[in-house]
Design a protein around this ligand. Sequence first.
Ligand code: ZN
Length: 423
Amino acid sequence: MDTKISVVENGALKRVGKVFAEAFGQTPALLVADGNTLKAGGFETLRSLKEAGIVVRQYIFPSNPQPYADEYAIQIVHETLKQDNSIAVVLGSGTLNDITKRASSELDRPYMVVATAPSVDGYTSYGAAVSIGGFKQTLPCAAPLVVLADTKVLCKAPTDMTASGFGDCMAKFTAGMDWILADLLGVHPIRKDVWDMVQTPLRKVYKKRSSIARREASAIGILFDALSASGFAMQIMHDSRPASGAEHLISHVWEMEHLSKDGLPVSHGFKVAVGTMTIRYLYDQLKMVDINSISLIGGESWADRERAVRSFFKDPKVAEQTVVIAKKKFLEGEALSKRRETLLSIFPTLIKRIDEQLPPYAELKEAMRMNGAPVSPEDIASNLEGLRHAVTGAQMIRDRYTVLDLFYELGIFDQALESLQLM
Ligand SMILES: [Zn+2]
């Protein structure tokens, strides 16, 4: 694991300098921030670094327009870092962290993040979500060597950012359920240590959902810890499976299509929150499926499947990539019959596991609402049609087994889409 030091506590900003020196010695530091994050914790961070005898340079992005994680921003931090042997200390959340993570990794240097909002699990993940040439992608790079978060600062983060983090955290319920399904099916066995790493803190967060809604410092710390833990789990597995299932695939489709509200891109956690409610709902629908009505033979032909994928993705490059993935997981003839047999044989166990793994739909919805996270496509400037579209695309884009593949392989995907109108 890349991350060696993680400090989450009240007053942690006072320790930035000491922790930095412990991790990197007396190397100079480059503080990367923007106008807003500088206000949130810049003064204390700088003072703490200077008190520890660290020479600090600064690169401050303007706060308006907000910094965007693209090749230009990465280049700026890269060039600024290159002027000497500085180690970056980024004060910020998702975007600034991704920019700094990538720039540091290009120079093969470790870095430290001082988090300002419990908004994503990406702080501690090993990749950076950036847009290169207009295409959003996750570029490989090392996770931060040091993560530090002051709960006093996290509590004052903008409401939407914390709501976003809460949504991204709740996604671990459905991601976990998809992993249980893949495990039962024998396509992706659960690794118990990694499972516990994500699912135990998730349950702590859920228990504290009212306190998080009230922005109580200790509860906000629990939310941040749970998000960090997801990142650590991904570092260990070098795979996002422990933290991401069909709910994230739904959000990826919206991401590709630049879903925005009031002219601003809808945050990752918000898209994921709606994806989570959708998948939670679909798992309930699964309970109502009459398995005796499922035929072991018959299914879509590859020609029809390929046509469907090509017409879904307007960008020819994306369509091409997706056809390859779709082909890889496409089953027909005897292979499909065998898969259906297996699915039907695990069905009773799967149904039993749903209520053990997932909170009741209505309760989860209330938890999201209470914390300011969206629960319906309308909340994020989409609608039923948009949701059905995203769910359809989500089943095509990745070779990761989820409940959407189960619906597709059993030949009841359209029924699942249809049922969404009552969500
Ligand atoms: Zn996420």
